[in-house]
Design a protein around this ligand. Structure first.
Ligand code: MN
Length: 300
């Protein structure tokens, strides 16, 4: 059967008008607001499910998440192997893709290949366990969000202490409120990257704070396998920071933390002082020339 152009428009209009609630809560004006959800715990994780349930009634939600857990993969990418994917059905009528790839790649293939159009927002999470301070470098949750920002899409990484279902539902509804607020204030600019961490239980409030640079600690216990092979077993201690104006410090005081992260990693101060060293005067020379000048004999 072939529908006339007018019939198609009528049917489309009817679908929009009859859809319960529609996409209107986050949509201003009536254009659908599309959110790409990803994570690093895998597409079937309860944190991602909590976001689906909170956001599906108010936005068009599409999932592009790793088929298996990819925690701690940072901004790792998948590119020297086939990227298998299959379409999945989640609750609330939301479908998406389970992708055999690192989290950052899941977002990239979602945006570049699997979705019909560029999403308005990327949300990664809700991760099982916080991603604070320098842990953002290890975090696949943040890696997935950062990839969204690199593609010019505003992005939010969300992590939570523990995985209690009630806590996850609370955190997800907080994210919905946050997105609605940021959207109303026109803060969801291309490339915006927010790192949000939610403590378990009752929170004291919300703090916008900078990223802590306090170090973590890792020690390696030397062990022997049942077959006699030596191996190292990692023991990790997360960073601690007394400064409540940092994400680590505020989170320890039970605040929800929001930290805007930069894509530009340039160290402006070092750029300035290196610039004064006239390094541009250094001209690459051959090894022979270097030997003649005595560098190879350690005379410099
Ligand atoms: Mn994880």
């Amino acid at each position: 059967m072939k529908l006339g152009r007018n019939r198609v428009w009528l049917v489309t209009l009817a679908i929009i008008l009859l859809s319960p609630g529609g996409y209107r809560t986050l949509a201003e004006p009536d254009a659908p607001f599309t959110i790409l959800l990803s994570n690093d715990d895998g597409f079937d994780s309860p944190g991602l499910q909590a976001l689906v349930e909170a956001l599906a009634p108010v936005a068009r939600v599409v999932v592009a998440a790793p088929a298996t857990e990819q925690s701690g993969s940072g901004h790792g990418i998948t590119y020297r192997e086939p990227i298998f994917f299959h379409q999945i059905k989640l609750s609330a009528g939301v479908s998406g893709y389970a992708i055999q790839a690192r989290p950052a790649t899941c977002v990239r293939v979602g945006v570049e290949s699997l979705l019909e159009s560029k999403p308005d927002l990327v949300i990664s999470g809700i991760n099982r366990g916080p991603n604070l301070g320098i842990v953002t470098f290890y975090s696949g949750t943040v890696g997935a969000a950062r990839q969204g920002a690199l593609l010019g899409i505003p992005a939010i990484a969300v992590s939570m202490q523990g995985d209690d279902p009630d806590d996850l539902a609370t955190a997800a509804s907080f994210i919905w409120q946050l997105v609605r607020h940021l959207r109303a204030q026109h803060v969801l600019r291309p490339g915006l990257l927010l790192n949000v961490n939610v403590p378990a239980g009752n929170q004291h409030g919300v703090r916008v704070v900078r990223q802590s640079i306090a170090p973590d600690r890792e020690s390696y216990e030397r062990r022997t396998s049942p077959r006699g092979a030596e191996y190292l077993w990692s023991r990790w201690t997360p960073p601690a920071d007394q400064d409540e104006m940092t994400d680590v410090g505020a989170f320890a005081q039970n605040f929800i933390t929001i930290t805007p992260l930069r894509i530009d990693q340039t160290d402006a101060r070092e750029l300035d002082s290196l610039g004064k060293l006239e390094l541009e005067e250094l001209v690459p020379i051959s090894r022979d020339a270097a030997t003649r000048e005595g560098f190879a004999r350690g005379k410099n």
